[in-house]
Design a protein around this ligand. Structure first.
Ligand SMILES: NC(=O)c1ccc[n+]([C@@H]2O[C@H](COP(=O)([O-])OP(=O)(O)OC[C@H]3O[C@@H](n4cnc5c(N)ncnc54)[C@H](OP(=O)(O)O)[C@@H]3O)[C@@H](O)[C@H]2O)c1
Length: 245
């Protein structure tokens, strides 16, 4: 385990899947974890489990696509913890997609607002505090943002994740002296984002012949946000069992 003692970590979408697994992992590694998301019930449950295991966690309501909420969450975190060391922009949606011809602009906008704009807004409002703490950003993109074959006809999702990858690189380049920024690109990971959880349909496309787990992603995230990854900046790390080869 890569230790995070004394660090304050904000995880968007900490209420489910990879964000939840990362919240638990970061707390186990010694961080105080802020679990940000829309579902109060799930967020409180993750908070309670971490506390029962001796960790420090707090759920806070957040819709990453709403600028006033993002601003308020960062303000609340600073009031409570006085600093932010780690920002994990993990929140995202992957709605069932329609054909290009049938896609409504509202659907395109919602995907962009949450997956891309949410990452931008959180980064914008947290950056002054991350610069102060010489902190670290980790963004959750997807191999769908790298390869056209990865997500079928998920036009908006793929474009939203490509934006996250390039945004990460820009941040790493401009702010690298004080803030490290990296990006993970998961492949098929078994989380509630899939309505149909029978992921065997992907196995033939994955050299390891299985989906990944949220915990496997959390371990990689733990490394990237820790001091053990101290010289890693601007990296785009696939976590996909080799699917994108
Ligand atoms: N699973 C995969 O195979 C896969 C592959 C590549 C990339 N990813 C990416 O990995 C990230 C995590 O997804 P997951 O697979 O762990 O799925 P998940 O279990 O569905 O988790 C998604 C999280 O995003 C949060 N979220 C969604 N919209 C939000 C909003 N407007 N404001 C705040 N939080 C919001 C959800 O929380 P609330 O509902 O509580 O708001 C939830 O905690 C996403 O960005 C996803 O695109 C997933």
């Amino acid at each position: 385990m890569n230790r995070l003692d004394g660090k304050v970590a904000v995880i968007t979408g900490g209420t489910s899947g990879m964000g939840e697994a990362s919240a638990k992992r970061f707390a186990e590694a010694g961080a105080s974890v802020v679990i940000a998301g829309r579902s109060e019930q799930s967020g409180k449950a993750v908070e309670a489990e971490i506390r029962e295991n001796g960790g420090d966690a707090a759920y806070i309501h957040l819709d990453v696509s709403k600028e006033n909420e993002v601003e308020g969450v960062i303000r609340n975190v600073i009031e409570k913890y006085r600093k932010i060391d780690i920002l994990f922009n993990n929140a995202g949606i992957f709605p069932v997609t329609s054909s290009l011809e049938q896609m409504e602009t509202t659907v395109w906008d919602e995907i962009m607002d949450i997956n891309s704009t949410g990452t931008f807004l959180m980064t914008k409002y947290a950056m002054p505090y991350l610069e102060e703490s010489r902190g670290v950003i980790l963004n959750n993109a997807s191999i769908a943002g790298m390869h056209s074959y990865s997500s079928g006809k998920a036009y908006a999702y793929s474009a939203s994740k490509a934006a996250v990858i390039q945004f990460t690189r820009m941040i790493a380049k401009v702010y690298g002296e004080k803030v490290r920024a990296n990006c993970i690109c998961p492949g098929v990971i078994d989380t509630p984002i899939f309505i149909n959880r029978d992921l065997t349909r992907y196995h033939d496309d994955i050299p390891m012949h299985r989906a990944g787990t949220a915990e496997e992603v959390a371990k990689a995230a733990n490394f990237l946000v820790s001091d053990d990854a101290g010289y890693i900046n601007g990296a785009v790390l696939t976590i996909d069992g080799g699917m994108s080869i």
